[in-house]
Ligand binder design. Structure first.
Ligand SMILES: Cc1ncc(COP(=O)(O)O)c(C=O)c1O
Length: 492
């Protein structure tokens, strides 16, 4: 087995002794930072086996490097790269070795064809007061309990399932998810495709269904990562106005008359970011329009479980006789974003194409994780965790409402509707929302103002901020809100 890649000089100086050639190759690896100061080097025995030479030859090479100051040796601890490397002398460079990284100045210029121009920003979770609208409280997750299902998955692995195949997902996980979706969300007659989170689903769907110039209708205030996925496939985004109960269907009708819309992306249950729910009557109209004009609907149901008043409306996918709804659900809020688990529930006529396309980027799912989650779901742990977090988030929602009502009583401009569910409040602070977002950053507060969610930035009224209530404790929330308070505007 190879433990250190060595390039032995086979051309010039071919008369030099083998141990010197090996020493030179090891030194080259050090110079090129393949092994760095203080790092352990392979034992003489291992390297001898790798190069098929006598162990004493390797020891002679190491001793040579010790003498030169490149390598250090300690009894029984073997050989290490010296902490203080000798000054590199260019005179000693052996020109027959490959082009040196350390001396090369002419770097390759990449010809970039596709880029995502969205900047990768500092994660909200690094802020001491994190009011990001969609962050769950990961401290609530029952890691100990989940570990036992991970252990089970490892103790009794489904050996044949660990090999290639079953590209929709791990079958027992699909079974658990299907049962859950049928029982809790009334979704039947759909095929399940397991994905590494909703974003992957959005990308795959975009690549399969959108061609350059296709029109995709989206909510005028919405989820930018979804828009980027559509645009990466060449989509032209069309903004649909919003009202207090979801998109403006009359506006949608007009847009359909003016444009050949191929796809509609919606967050119907808790609109992202305004938190409103798309009414039943509007859902029916949207469905009929979509059917009439052959428009597929992506329903992103990203936080279905967190609903606090009565039982939430069933997803649009639950009443979809012509199979035009592509339903997306994520485990990022139910568990944590790092789990990278989500599902697409879709008509079989599309699922096969999605799975086939997905094999281009990944031709096997994470069986171990899906096995553990399936066992956790079967045991009831998943729903226990959901019940616990929903209860707590409801309490936190109330806590934030009370705090903001106090601010309002004290004469500050704070207006909001109480959302039936979700993880955030959409708060009207009157003016200067973007300025407030920037100012409070200095105090370690992360929140986003309205501008961040507009498709058409000229629609920004600069009035709203989104305040997540789920991701931090009441104490933290209170501390953060008190720091935010001095930046809020007075009622006029
Ligand atoms: C609207 C919306 N959809 C989906 C997701 C989840 O995405 P993912 O599953 O890729 O983590 C989020 C997370 O913030 C979201 O806000």
């Amino acid at each position: 087995m190879k433990t250190l890649n060595l390039t032995l000089d086979s051309s010039s100086n071919s008369g030099s002794k083998l141990y010197l050639k090996i020493a030179q190759a090891i030194r080259h690896s050090i110079e090129e930072s393949h092994v760095t100061a203080g790092e352990k080097l392979p034992s003489a025995r291992t390297l001898a086996a790798q190069l098929d030479v006598n162990r004493h030859t390797i020891m002679a090479a190491y001793n040579e490097l010790v003498a030169q100051g490149w390598v250090e040796t300690q009894q029984r601890l073997g050989y290490r790269v010296a902490e203080n490397l000798p000054i590199y002398s260019s005179k000693n460079t052996n020109k027959s070795l490959p082009l040196s990284k350390s001396t090369c100045t002419d770097k390759h210029q990449w010809r970039l064809i596709k880029e995502n121009h969205k900047e990768v920003s500092e994660p909200a979770s690094r802020s001491p007061f994190n009011f990001a609208g969609g962050n769950p409280d990961i401290d609530l997750f029952p890691f100990k309990e989940f570990k036992s299902f991970m252990n089970e998955a490892l103790n009794r692995p489904a050996i044949e399932d660990l090999n290639y195949g079953d590209q929709n997902g791990f079958k027992p996980f699909i079974k658990e998810v299907s049962t859950y979706l049928r029982r809790v969300r009334s979704i039947t007659d759909k095929e399940i495709v397991v994905v590494n989170g909703t974003q992957e689903a959005l990308y795959i769907i975009s690549q399969v269904l959108i061609k350059t110039g296709d029109k995709v209708a989206v909510e005028s205030l919405g989820y930018q990562p979804a828009w980027s996925a559509f645009e990466s496939a060449g989509a032209q985004l069309i903004s649909v106005n919003q009202t207090d109960d979801g998109i403006d269907v009359e506006h949608f009708k007009t847009l359909i008359e003016q444009n050949n819309i191929r796809l509609l992306y919606l967050t119907p249950l808790h609109q992202y970011p305004t938190t409103t729910t798309l009414s039943m009557s509007k859902r029916k109209v949207i469905y009929q329009l979509a059917q009439q004009h052959n428009i597929a609907i992506i329903e992103d149901d990203y936080d279905h479980e967190f609903h606090y008043n009565s039982q939430p409306l069933a997803p649009m996918a639950a009443n979809d006789p012509s199979g035009l709804v592509i339903y997306l659900s994520s485990f990022s809020k139910i568990m944590f974003p790092g789990v990278r688990l989500g599902i697409i529930a879709v008509d079989k006529s599309l699922s096969t194409h999605l799975v086939n396309y997905r094999t281009l980027i990944n031709h096997k799912v994470n069986v171990l994780l899906q096995d553990a989650v399936a066992r956790w779901m079967k045991d009831g742990g998943f729903e226990r965790h959901l019940r616990k977090s929903t209860r707590l988030y409801k309490k936190r929602r109330q806590y934030m409402i009370d705090q903001l009502n106090e601010f309002s009583d004290e004469g500050l401009h704070v207006e909001f509707s109480i959302p039936a569910g979700g993880m955030a409040l959409w708060v009207n602070i009157g003016k200067n929302a973007k300025k407030v977002e920037q100012q409070v950053k200095q105090n370690g507060i992360f929140l986003l103002a309205e501008h961040a969610f507009h498709l058409n930035k000229s629609n920004d009224q600069d009035k709203y901020i989104r305040l997540g209530f789920a991701g931090q404790s009441e104490e933290k929330m209170r501390e953060g809100l008190l720091l935010l308070k001095p930046f809020l505007n007075k009622s006029e």
